[in-house]
Design a protein around this ligand. Structure first.
Ligand SMILES: [Zn+2]
Length: 255
């Protein structure tokens, strides 16, 4: 770390739980962020600002005027630009010292497995169940911690699914792939900008803690934010031994 880095990251380095060691781990880290929309925008900006050494962004969408009310990594002049490029531009303006890889496509389950295996921490900032389950599957297979956020209307939720911890559930333990969940989309129901931003920011909070080694993580708890009442609630969540995704892990016998 040179003098410029010591200055740039000084307010993180000053934190007792973080320190130079934490910053060095963050600088050596690789975070994969799937989705550069409302959740991905603040998450990507905070990860870039904190100096995550390598950030890979996956999104196949282009910036639309209707995005700008909440997707703060984008700008009016970048309407119609690919979201990965637009987000990377905003991140580079904050911190030109990091490596940013753009994957301008909707990643298939096979591609996700490759991308996830290369990363240290994965952020699910996507907006549909099929992608969420594909990301979770890839994270369980590769043993990578997953920070999953979601927000719609005035409601947000967040958890960390860390399959390296035998007691931690995976996303499918809580939201089984075969159950009938109504897909709720913000294009139909609306999404309050600061609620989406709060959850995306908290995803960066958990990702940086995982990289730097700041304990405890949110694994084993589901956090819920009600932006209308401005309240946070959390509940303990347990691993489902019968889960079709993580129910049988290498070296374990199925109950
Ligand atoms: Zn599971």
């Amino acid at each position: 770390m040179d003098d410029q880095d010591l200055l740039r990251y000084s307010r993180h380095i000053l934190l007792e739980e973080f320190g130079i060691d934490g910053q060095e781990r963050v600088s050596a880290g690789h975070v994969l962020v799937i989705g550069a929309g409302g959740l991905g925008s603040p998450a990507l900006l905070y990860l870039a600002a904190a100096g995550v050494g390598r950030i890979t962004i996956v999104d196949d969408d282009r910036v639309d005027l209707t995005n700008l009310q909440r997707q703060i990594a984008h700008s009016t002049e970048r309407v119609d630009a690919p979201k990965v490029r637009s987000a990377a531009e905003a991140m580079r303006a904050l911190n030109p010292t990091i490596r940013i890889d753009c994957v301008e496509q909707r990643a298939s389950p096979t591609e996700l497995r490759t991308l996830v295996a290369e990363a240290d921490v994965v952020l699910d900032c996507s907006d549909n169940f099929a992608t969420r389950h594909a990301i979770n599957q890839a994270c369980v297979s590769a043993g990578r911690p997953l920070v999953a956020g979601a927000a719609i209307r005035f409601d947000g939720q967040l958890s960390v699914y860390d399959s390296r911890d035998a007691s931690s559930p995976c996303y499918a333990c809580l939201f089984p792939p075969d159950s009938e969940f109504e897909e709720t989309r913000c294009a139909v129901l609306g999404a309050f900008g600061p609620v989406v931003g709060t959850i995306g920011t908290l995803q960066a909070n958990e990702a940086l803690k995982l990289l730097a080694g700041v304990q405890p993580s949110l694994a084993g708890r589901l956090l819920m934010f009600d932006g209308r009442r401005t309240t946070f609630d959390s509940m303990k969540v347990a691993r489902d031994p019968a889960c079709g995704v993580c129910g049988h892990r290498p070296g374990e016998t199925r109950a």
